[in-house]
Design a binder for this molecule. Structure first.
Ligand code: HBI
Ligand code: FE
Length: 294
């Protein structure tokens, strides 16, 4: 797969093509400088203070078992020694976002593409492309869990099929509201398992502690019909009962579901439906204010 000419979206200069067909590059660990390790440290320490009591048990356990620490950006080779042994996954370095089919092909083969660069100091709270902090701190601890490991592989395989069926948007919503922004109901309370939340200080607090967003029981066809926000906090978070619930999703044949939901109305991110099992009905205040409302 080649970069579109003139595109800089995938982190390559205009007109440049990736050297390898699968878009992987060397992490180039030796090339990180002190400023980059320092950015990692700021992010790592901030999240490490916030996540106890907020991240799910699997995340905490995965983090504990990995060679990840505050002092430096992890070396993928060292992470892979542990990860490969635990769940058969490995991390491969990429320049940034890669085309959908390249992404799915990696996941279907238990390779997680991780951005090799780290955000600049002025982007600590928000950036568009997944960097090494989001990908490694957010995703890799969860890949140490067998249920998540199988689920994300199934998503990759499902993505390749969904693309052929023209229903990628519906599948991408499932990924978004689980792997990226999912919450799980533990016995001791609501917890984060989504990497987009776990790698963001402000969204960690917003998703769990703020009165604004809705927290709704996860329902597959409902989620497939729900638009999401890529530019701001989510208006609704979907809650699973345990990580094994994702595994049961992985074995569902999505094809009949796609046929069913494809022609049904879709929902805007903040919408609460009569059939929803609502854990918290949000005030909507945060997004109302942003929209210039009340
Ligand atoms: N590429 N590196 C990277 N990381 C992603 O999370 C990613 C991607 N390409 C496509 C993509 N995600 C999504 O658009 C798909 O899940 C649909
Ligand atoms: Fe991600």
């Amino acid at each position: 797969m080649n970069a579109q000419p003139g595109s800089t979206k995938h982190g390559l200069a205009a007109g440049m093509k990736p050297t390898r067909a699968d878009w992987t590059i060397d992490q180039g660990w030796d090339h990180y400088g002190p400023a980059e390790h320092a950015t990692w440290k700021v992010l790592f320490e901030r999240q490490s203070r916030l996540l106890p009591g907020r991240a799910c048990d699997a995340f905490v356990q995965g983090m504990r078992d990995l060679p990840i620490a505050a002092d430096q950006i992890p070396d993928f080779r060292r992470l892979n020694e542990v990860l490969l042994r635990r769940t058969g996954w490995q991390i491969v370095a990429v320049p940034g976002l890669v085309p959908d089919e390249v992404f799915f092909e990696h996941l279907a083969n238990r390779r997680f593409p991780a951005g090799h660069f780290i955000r600049k100091p002025h982007e600590l709270d928000y950036l568009e492309e997944p960097d090494v902090f989001h990908d490694v701190f957010g995703h890799v601890p969860m890949l140490m869990n067998p249920a998540i490991a199988d689920y994300i592989q199934a998503y990759g395989a499902g993505g390749l099929r969904a693309q052929k069926l023209g229903v990628l948007a519906q599948l991408a919503r499932v990924y978004w509201y689980t792997v990226e922004f999912g919450l799980v109901q533990q016995k001791d309370g609501l917890r984060i398992y989504g990497a987009g939340i776990a790698s963001s200080a402000s969204e960690t607090l917003f998703a769990l502690d703020d009165a604004s967003p809705n927290r709704v029981r996860f329902d597959l066809p409902r989620v497939m019909r729900t638009h999401y926000r890529i530019d701001d906090f989510q208006e609704t978070y979907f809650v699973i009962n345990d990580l094994d619930e994702l595994l049961s999703l992985a074995s569902i044949d999505f094809a009949p579901l796609y046929a069913q939901v494809q022609h049904q109305p879709e929902f805007v991110p903040g919408q609460v439906l009569p059939d929803d099992v609502v854990l918290n009905r949000g005030t909507g205040r945060y997004h109302d204010t942003r929209r210039g409302g009340k």
